[in-house]
Write a protein that binds this ligand. Structure first.
Ligand SMILES: Nc1nc2c(ncn2[C@@H]2O[C@H](COP(=O)(O)OP(=O)(O)OP(=O)(O)O)[C@@H](O)[C@H]2O)c(=O)[nH]1
Ligand SMILES: [Mg+2]
Length: 227
């Protein structure tokens, strides 16, 4: 019983990786770099995008918004005149708590790939499942807000381990919280010592310039090959 279950899970992840590779090949063909943007619900993904998507110098950005249902985040970003495509997991995919490669594949015909250089995929808010499914991205970025507690790297290590950048958001709230930033850094070191980190506040704009520069640099990267 146990062996059967493990095999099924491995097969499912293999199938996902095959489709992710096909997505990646399509993105590469169009010269589009792709960011898989993940966090717990409400950590600040959409707000951090609102801060930067309009002024990445020389970079045409598009967003694929993943949500279980609704289009509130997509509407927020579309109001900034950025091309946004909504992908809901509720109607067609059973309300999944993450995006997988097949879901993203289904959205590719609706993406303006010829008109963008960078696609940011805002994943469904969740610290567990999104980390398990590649979708064809070049890089993974996660947001970890200071209201979530310093222990999250130890409790959700895969998310932290598979990211290239951790954005530590809502630092404007630090004076009001009993939060130990050094403890968070120490805990990140336990699971991914080399990961890049930035402390930011989408509210005040502190640190946002470094985030903007980082994202701009991703758009000009050479394709790294199929993930
Ligand atoms: N104080 C403070 N609040 C913030 C900051 N960034 C985001 N928020 C607030 O946090 C709430 C959630 O922000 P969102 O950007 O919607 O978070 P999200 O990660 O996109 O949420 P989901 O898409 O639902 O997972 C909103 O009320 C934001 O205004 C910040 O830096 N400081
Ligand atoms: Mg959001």
């Amino acid at each position: 019983m146990h062996r059967t279950r493990v095999t099924v899970v491995e097969d499912a992840l293999d199938a996902n990786n095959t489709i992710a590779a096909a997505n990646r090949a399509d993105f590469d063909r169009e010269g589009v770099r792709v960011v898989n943007f993940m966090s717990a619900p409400g950590a600040g993904k959409t707000t951090l995008l609102e801060r930067v998507v309009r002024d990445l110098p020389g970079v045409r950005v598009g967003v694929l918004e993943g949500d279980v249902q609704g289009s509130m985040d997509a509407d927020r970003l579309a109001s900034l005149h950025v091309p946004v495509t909504q992908l809901n997991t509720d109607p067609s995919f059973g309300g999944e708590c993450h995006l997988d490669a097949n879901m993203v594949r289904s959205a590719i015909p609706a993406l303006p790939l010829a008109d963008i250089d960078l696609l940011v995929i805002e994943n469904v808010g969740n610290l567990v499942c999104p980390a398990e499914f590649r979708v064809g991205e070049d890089v993974r970025v996660m947001v970890c807000s200071v209201t979530e507690g310093e222990d999250k790297p130890l409790k959700y290590p895969l998310m932290f381990r598979t990211c290239e950048l951790v954005l530590i958001n809502k630092i404007d709230l630090l004076p009001h919280l009993d939060y130990d930033l050094e403890r968070l850094m120490y805990n990140i070191d336990q699971v991914h010592p080399d990961v890049e980190r930035m402390t930011v506040s989408a509210r005040t704009g502190e640190g946002v310039e470094a985030w903007r520069d980082w994202l701009t640099a991703v758009a000009t990267r050479e394709p790294a090959g199929v993930a």
